[in-house]
Write a protein that binds this ligand. Structure first.
Ligand SMILES: Nc1ncnc2c1ncn2[C@@H]1O[C@H](COP(=O)(O)OP(=O)(O)OP(=O)(O)O)[C@@H](O)[C@H]1O
Ligand SMILES: [Mg+2]
Length: 421
């Protein structure tokens, strides 16, 4: 997609590339505008956040409200960045997402691998039989093999005849994919790419070493807990579990008998996911429902209730790691991110449950507005920027069409040189 199609610059005077990430979460919609020169860190030049309406457990349940939330967030981000946003890389989540590891093959057209051949091999791997009500929404190459030689990460420029690739595919319910796309398009925006939330978060918070050693990213959101597993440098498994911080809030609301908004406030202010970290004598004041006066509550008792829910979420994540078959290959352990990971004690509790090293993951690889942007809740939003700024195996500019046409032109030129000299 051409730069001018992606943005209509208002007061910007820069020849740098721009990219927009739109993270449509259950609790908030976050739009982030990044400016970059390929190969250098992205600088955040605008962002906008709005309470998310019309989403439940990561999927759209009410189009109009969702459209309003997206519009507000995107307008705010565009104003701050001084441009009119026309297209975005957006996140997708929800338990309808499924993961497949597939293989693709392609003939290397000019005896030297060009970006066009990578597209071909991805296409071939995506041609798997899936039910009519499902759709392949994301594909990422794992590793390549050329004429039987495997373990190749960067095949462009290598000589050969036959290219093969292992490809990670994520499929989703066609209706859920259509609904999220419809909401974005109703805001007058084109969708450059849809990226599963877990994959987006992983792009922002992981280091190459962790991916190589084996690592599991767990994005603890409001309505979903999104998981992505990497081993030997590549993505292997993704999952979106329909549980998250909203359940913790609702537990507190039941336990303390207080409205949801106060329960949310209590959680963020006093919450703790490991009861032993809260001192027995500590008490907090909590509002009651109706005309009843506020009461005092032991913080440790509150922490016990919170710990039970976090334990359950972590155990579900652990079951998923086991099901994936990669649980014992995660030498770099677990990286926790997402807003709900911010609660006190989450890291220690996770270490107890997973028996692995655990660290907190805030977005890396961006500059500008880091005090606002580089927080766990924005991992997916930043990951979308990173995804939009570099295509797998090459430097994509903005959007698909321009990157593909540039890559295609370079491929053709190389082929011509190869044949003629
Ligand atoms: N300091 C904190 N302590 C505990 N929970 C927190 C804290 N800050 C945020 N949260 C929780 O994090 C959740 C929001 O996280 P996040 O912004 O990552 O979710 P989301 O992306 O909107 O939702 P999802 O990814 O599930 O669709 C809410 O449940 C909120 O209560
Ligand atoms: Mg999220």
């Amino acid at each position: 997609m051409l730069l001018t199609e992606t943005f209509r610059p208002m007061n910007r005077k820069s020849d740098k590339n721009l990219v927009v990430g739109l993270d449509i979460g259950t609790s908030k919609v976050m739009a982030i505008v990044g400016e970059y020169v390929p190969g250098e860190p992205i600088e955040v030049i605008g962002f906008g956040s709005h309470a998310s309406r019309g989403m439940k457990k990561g999927v759209v349940v009410e189009i109009e409200s969702n459209v309003t939330s997206i519009q507000r967030a995107v307008e705010e981000a565009g104003q701050m960045a001084g441009c009119d946003i026309r297209s975005v890389c957006a996140s997708i989540s929800g338990s309808h997402l499924e993961t497949h590891n597939s293989r693709g093959t392609a003939a290397i057209r000019d005896r030297e691998v060009a970006a066009g051949d990578l597209d071909q091999v991805l296409e071939s791997a995506s041609a798997v039989a899936i039910p009519a009500d499902r759709k392949v929404l994301y594909k990422e190459p794992q590793e390549y093999r050329i004429d039987g030689q495997d373990g190749i990460r960067h095949p462009v420029g290598m000589s050969g005849v036959r290219l093969e690739a292992g490809v990670h595919l994520v499929t989703g319910a066609a209706s859920a994919v259509q609904n999220i796309t419809k909401c974005i398009q109703r805001c007058g925006l084109a969708v450059d790419d849809l990226v599963p939330s877990a994959v987006a978060s992983a792009k922002a918070v992981l280091t190459d070493d962790e991916r190589e050693l084996g690592v599991c990213v767990i994005d603890l959101g409001a309505g979903t807990t999104d998981i992505a597993i990497y081993t030997h440098g590549s993505i292997r498994h993704t999952k979106s579990l329909p549980v998250g911080g909203d359940q913790v809030t609702s537990d507190i609301s039941q336990y303390v008998q207080t409205p949801t908004a106060s329960a949310e406030e209590i959680k963020v202010k006093y919450g703790c996911a490991l009861a032993q970290l809260a001192r027995g004598e500590e008490t907090i004041q909590v509002p009651s429902v109706g005309e009843r006066p506020p009461r005092r509550l032991q913080r440790q008792a509150l922490a016990q209730s919170i710990q039970a829910r976090y334990e359950e979420i972590f155990e579900m994540a652990q079951d998923e790691m086991r099901r994936s078959g990669f649980e014992n290959m995660l030498a770099a352990g677990v990286v926790l991110t997402g807003g709900a990971a911010r609660i006190e004690g989450a890291q220690y509790l996770a270490e107890e449950v997973f028996h692995k090293i655990v660290r907190m993951g805030s977005p890396l690889y961006v500059t500008g507005a880091t005090e606002v942007i580089a927080t766990p809740a924005n991992a997916a939003g930043v990951g979308l920027l990173l995804h939009g700024s570099r295509a797998p195996g090459g430097n994509r500019v903005i959007g698909g069409a321009m990157g593909d046409s540039v890559a295609g032109a370079i491929g053709k030129m190389k082929g011509w040189l190869h044949r003629n000299f």
